[in-house]
Design a protein around this ligand. Structure first.
Ligand code: IPM
Ligand code: MG
Length: 356
């Protein structure tokens, strides 16, 4: 049977970078069936919900989701269920995409683009493993209310031991396949969820004697990431800490437009169902100009091949072609220095295809 993927371009630069990624994907695998669906602001603008039933059904029929980005400033004042981001919130929860992998790499030739000194980021290669379906994003109660005449709001950070255990295993397994170092990030000096987190991670660690585990408090981790990023291999952390730290880690590379991600579920861990997306967001100011960097989307497509279609060979071909494009000096606008030539989104994708 032909593999099929649901392509959900979404808002802002989503449609442009997703089109670039699909072009690259099709140049290595012509057998994949591609079907598009509406999501986020693109769905809201047509009078639909952020995740229309038809789009959800399309995802259910597919082997994986290639996602663009969602979120537009015009919806900022609305309650969560009426905002584009709600689509991601639902997809992650309903497909149980609990394991979010965010690899952070500095490509050779891009060291100078980092806000840190080149010698600190050269060869940087770390992986943030973020728990994605628990914690303060999903805990109940979650509401705004009026108590004794005063407005208040509550979010609930809640974790159950099995949720921590399964993400810890994903992180330990990945560390084992890399440099065998795992840093678990929590706030155990204050938060009960973090005390449980640390205990469970330590229990799982007994099965991974070959992986060196350490623990950092999240405030310290934020600092160490800019002081000595090269010392990290795999970082595992809960949902909100992972959201924040992965943006911080991403900018170490010089452009958030180069960072892919995979959100993996439980449907048989050998070839899990997953959602693959750039971590950078909609970048409304760049939208419609064909100026966005499609690297993150292209690398997300590579991760899709590797994790959901069990096609490591073609994933690696795409990744090498992206590396060669940077080594050859090709740049999109945000990375091209003043006076240097900037490629458009489709031109960058074409350059990658030419190097496969
Ligand atoms: C991310 C994003 C999302 C998150 C938003 C868009 C809901 O920031 O994937 O990191 O907070 O998880
Ligand atoms: Mg984020």
């Amino acid at each position: 049977m032909k593999p099929s993927i649901a392509v959900l371009p979404g808002d802002g630069i989503g449609p442009e970078v997703t089109a670039a990624a699909v072009a690259v994907l099709q140049s290595v695998r012509s057998d994949i069936e591609i079907r598009e669906g509406l999501v986020g602001g693109a769905a809201l603008a047509r009078g639909l919900t952020p995740l229309p039933d038809e789009t959800r059904a399309l995802c259910e029929r597919s082997d994986a989701i290639l996602f663009g980005s969602v979120g537009l400033p015009e919806y900022d004042g609305r309650p969560l269920p009426e905002r584009p981001e709600y689509a991601l919130f639902l997809l992650r929860r309903d497909f149980e995409l609990f394991a979010n992998l965010r690899p952070v790499r500095v490509f050779a030739g891009l060291e100078a683009a980092s806000p840190l000194r080149p010698e600190i980021v050269r060869g940087l290669d770390l992986l943030v493993v973020r728990e994605l379906t628990g914690g303060i994003y999903y805990g109940r109660p979650k509401e705004q209310r009026r108590v004794d005449g005063v407005d208040e709001a509550v979010d609930t950070m809640r974790y159950r031991a099995p949720e921590i255990e399964r993400i810890a295993r994903v992180a330990f397994d990945l560390a084992r396949s890399r440099r065998k170092r795992l840093t678990s990030v929590d706030k155990q000096n204050i938060l009960e969820t973090s005390r449980l987190w640390r205990r469970v991670v330590n229990e799982v660690a007994r099965e991974y004697a070959d992986v060196r585990l350490d623990h950092l408090l999240v405030d310290n981790a934020a600092m160490q990431l800019v002081l000595r990023p090269g010392d990290f291999d795999v970082i595992v952390t809960e949902n909100m800490f992972g959201d924040i730290l992965s943006d911080e880690a991403a900018i170490l590379t010089g452009s958030i437009g180069t960072l892919p991600s995979a959100s993996l579920g439980v449907r048989g861990m050998a070839c899990p169902f997953g959602l693959y997306e750039p971590i950078g967001g909609t970048a409304p100011s760049l939208a419609g100009k064909n100026a966005a960097n499609p690297t993150a989307a292209i690398l997300s497509a590579a991760m899709l091949l590797r994790h959901s279609l069990d096609d490591d060979a073609n994933a690696t071909r795409i990744e090498r072609a992206v590396e060669r494009s940077y080594a050859d000096g090709l740049r999109t606008a945000e990375l091209a220095g003043p006076g240097a030539q900037a490629l458009t989104t489709p031109a960058f994708a074409a350059a990658v295809q030419a190097r496969i």
